[in-house]
Design a protein around this ligand. Structure first.
Ligand code: BGC
Ligand code: NOJ
Length: 813
């Protein structure tokens, strides 16, 4: 069952009924000012940091779902009937409803009682504000007297404090209203130099800023008193809950259309220019005036929206493919690339499932996200790498997270996730392969942000590698520390206290538990380091990393091999995890994917055997589950993984992030059909047809789909902010379609599904446009290239600065 459809031409997903199984959300903003928006206008906005600079209030896990947003009410003055054109919060019946989620914008349109309303929500490029453009049309054959009420609730900036510290907060809220513009200025009088403003293009008949006055005693957003009465109260908030509402009155003749623009923005003033006149307590609004002048004009709004769309044309234009499968095309060309950009901006901070107050930027998450967006925004990827590396510790270890506002490592979560540093190597390698910019390796970068501690980035990578080599366990496998990629496999935790964080509790010395996954990741990183060392003329380094990779490979093939698959780990007692010897959790997906991606066992058949075991034991129609059999009870020595009921999250859920590793592994072994088959199983566009089962948005990946042990097998959760986005993008574009940046140039090595006769692609790579035509000439994976009509040996098209456009024909046989 579907709740909408894809409009690929306009790069939109069109939702055709408001009561989707879960709020189906989108994001606004590209640089500093961001917002989340659902298909019924729920969501909130923030400046840079969803925790520390939250502009508007949203109620997570509220009843009803998805409360707090960018709300509008329309009121028919003749009858007093009112409704919300985005359905929420009144949830009145609408004659028609449509929500179009696009690239950085959302349009919600509906009709009721002969009045058509269409609201476009977006954040103009390079501006710290959002626009709501409401277009109203009277389809009646008589004139319509209408009132429009806008409504949003201000958050008192720190989102965590906002939901906990009521003894203070109920007294601090402050606003100013001037010429119909509502200014939210809580704490501006003391240490904040920022405020929010909310304006409207038509002179409002009134306004409200005190929530309780607007809603009425014990009132809800579904039927505010002011809207019921049809008259704003011109309330001024003193403490309690500041909000913003404009009351606009309109008369629309039959057939007439009118546009009303609302602008919500964030502004900072220099500390010595906060007040006007100086010495007063009135906000200095000088910097706001020109923005209002510009964006309250519908022509400027249109121009800014056109610019936003051109921006996305340019980003997505870096790679466009035409294949026989519409699901591949729309994910690779539109939604998967878009989701990668969203993970760049949000990391794991703010979504319907991530409350914006919990996590900063994850070290391993950000490095993996980079794999999916580096080709679209290489300069910002460079900046991201340098920010991440600057939080690295002198030991080579990494803070697990850092706060985006301060860019400092987060002491609360700390370090000792022993996989973290290795992801930096993969991130840097991907950046250099994409851009050819080896200068980044010489860039001086501090440790733990301490001035004076700088060393070239290359040395950071060396320390990352040494971090693993200096922490080896009894089997000569890497020690796992608090956890590796699987945050829930906590082998040194042994927690018996409710509520303790599994990730930060360490009750064991950590000198025994080892990770086969980190071993695989190390080999993959070492392969990259060999190439980076060669590029920088570090011959000795190249030899060292080659030897280290060989040694680690040998250990994995010995202590890491269980007979038919790679083991997962060794626990604190030195017993294997992910082995036939275990009753539960005998086989895990992660080491199968990572070890084969690293090339381990490819020559000797172990890789094939491991992937066959995955197919046999882990694959389901809804994707590949993380491990089997799922843990049926709590295992003290394994940690959080066994806290989840069987089939959910890390305990045997389809943890989608790991599925593309298996796709890549299958592609590495030349098995296009298997790779493509797995790709389709979790592809949200394919799963659109079973939206009543999948329940999450059909246009973006979710972190998890409930596994076969769960009563809700096939149900997705935690959409948007997941490493699944980047890895699926890599799997489909670089491995199945095979268009893969290498240091020497662009590799064209498709591993095609047998049913495909070929495909074409356009790729911008280091400023050169490549037009790639792939044709199937036979059943295998042998590649014959023709570049600008000339045969070329090998499968790498060398990059040449002088070319503008290169035609590539690839015959796969
Ligand atoms: C989740 C993991 C996540 C971790 C982050 C756990 O509860 O299951 O997926 O990585 O929290 O702290
Ligand atoms: C989500 C976390 O963000 C990521 O870092 C981790 O690898 C996975 N969960 C698996 O636990």
């Amino acid at each position: 069952m579907r709740y909408g459809y894809f409009d690929d031409e306009r790069r939109e997903y069109v939702i055709t009924r408001p009561d989707t199984p879960l709020p189906w959300t989108n994001y606004l903003g590209s640089q500093d000012y961001f917002g989340l928006i659902s298909n019924t206008a729920g969501g909130y906005s923030f400046y840079r940091d969803a925790r520390l600079r939250r502009l508007t209030r949203y109620r997570y896990n509220n009843v009803p779902f998805d409360t707090g947003g960018r709300y509008l009410y329309l009121r028919d003055e003749a009858s007093g009937v009112f409704w919300s054109p985005s359905w929420q919060p009144t949830r009145s019946d609408l004659d028609s409803y449509e929500c179009r989620h696009g690239m950085g914008y959302t349009i919600i349109g509906s009709a009721s009682r002969g009045i058509r309303a269409e609201t476009l929500y977006f954040v103009p490029l390079d501006r710290n504000l959002e626009v709501w453009r409401l277009v109203l049309t009277n389809d009646r054959d008589t004139a319509a007297e209408l009132s429009v009420f806008s409504a949003l609730e201000f958050c008192l900036w720190d989102a965590w404090d906002d939901v906990t510290n009521f003894q203070r907060n109920f007294s601090t809220g402050q606003v100013e209203v001037e010429e119909g513009v509502i200014y939210h200025k809580t704490e501006y009088r003391e240490r904040r130099d920022h405020f929010a403003y909310f304006a409207c293009s038509l002179q409002p008949a009134g306004y409200d800023t005190a929530r309780e006055v607007f809603l009425g005693p014990y009132g809800g957003w579904d039927a505010p008193l002011v809207v019921r009465r049809g008259v704003a109260a011109n309330s001024i908030a003193h403490g309690w809950a500041p909000m913003g509402s404009h009351h606009v009155k309109l008369t629309l003749q039959p057939g007439q259309t009118e546009t009303v623009v609302f602008v919500l923005g964030y502004m900072e003033n220099p500390a010595d220019e906060k007040f006007d006149p100086p010495g007063s307590q009135r906000i200095n609004k000088q910097r706001v005036a020109p923005l209002l002048e510009e964006f309250l004009d519908p022509r400027a709004v249109q121009a800014a929206w056109d610019k936003l769309r051109a921006h996305w044309d340019n980003l997505l234009g870096k790679l466009q493919v035409e294949t026989p499968d519409v699901h591949v095309d729309r994910m690779a060309n539109i939604w998967n690339a878009y989701q990668c950009m969203i993970t760049f901006n949000m990391s794991r901070s703010a979504s319907f499932y991530e409350s914006g107050v919990g996590r900063g930027m994850g070290f391993r998450d950000s490095n993996q996200d980079l794999l999916g967006f580096v080709h679209m925004i290489p300069e910002r990827a460079r900046e991201r790498i340098l920010d991440l590396a600057a939080t690295q510790l002198p030991s080579g270890g990494a803070y697990h997270q850092y706060q985006p506002l301060t860019k400092r490592g987060n002491d609360l979560v700390g370090t000792n996730f022993n996989d973290d540093p290795l992801w930096l190597v993969l991130g840097v390698a991907a950046y250099i392969k994409e851009t050819g910019d080896t200068s980044i390796l010489q860039e001086p970068v501090p440790y733990d942000n301490k001035p004076g501690s700088e060393s070239p980035l290359y040395e950071h990578l060396q320390r990352s590698m040494d971090y693993t080599l200096n922490r080896m366990g009894p089997h000569r496998l890497p020690l796992i520390g608090r956890a590796d990629w699987n945050d829930c496999l906590n082998l040194n935790c042994f927690s018996t206290t409710p509520g303790e964080s599994f990730q930060t509790t360490t009750n064991k010395e950590g000198v025994t538990a080892e990770s086969v996954f980190i071993a695989g990741l190390f080999v993959l990183a070492a392969t990259e380091m060999v190439q980076l060392a060669q590029l920088t003329g570090d011959g000795a380094g190249a030899a060292r990393y080659r030897a280290a990779a060989e040694e680690m490979t040998a250990v994995v093939c010995d202590a890491g091999w269980d007979g038919s698959w790679f083991r997962r780990a060794y626990d604190d007692f030195g017993r294997p995890v992910g082995s036939q010897e275990n009753d539960e959790g005998q086989i895990y997906i992660e080491p199968q994917g990572m070890c084969v991606m690293a090339g381990i066992g490819v020559e000797d058949g172990r890789a094939r055997q491991a992937l066959d075991s995955v197919r046999e034991r882990l694959a389901t129609a809804h994707g590949i589950v993380l491990q089997q059999p799922a843990y049926s009870k709590y295992h003290l020595h394994l940690g959080e993984i066994s806290t989840y009921p069987p089939g959910y999250k890390e305990n045997g859920g389809v943890f989608c992030h790991t599925n593309p590793w298996i796709m890549i592994a299958e592609a590495r072994l030349g098995n296009g059909d298997a790779a493509y088959d797995y790709y389709g199983r979790i592809n949200p566009s394919v799963r659109e047809a079973i939206s009543e089962v999948h329940r999450c948005e059909p246009y973006v990946y979710a972190q998890m789909i409930a596994g076969k042990d769960a009563p809700t097998h096939g149900e997705a959760k935690n959409s948007w902010l997941t490493g699944t986005a980047a890895w699926n993008y890599v799997a489909i574009t670089q491995w199945i379609l095979g268009i893969r940046p290498e240091h020497a140039g662009l590799r064209i090595a498709p591993v095609l599904p047998s049913g495909w006769s070929g495909f074409s692609a356009r790729r911008v790579f280091r400023g050169v446009r490549y037009r790639v035509q792939v044709e199937r000439g036979g059943p295998g994976t042998r590649i014959a290239l023709e570049v600008d009509g000339q045969p070329l040996a090998g499968d790498i098209v060398p990059w040449q600065k002088s070319s503008e456009e290169v035609q590539v024909r690839a015959i796969v046989s």
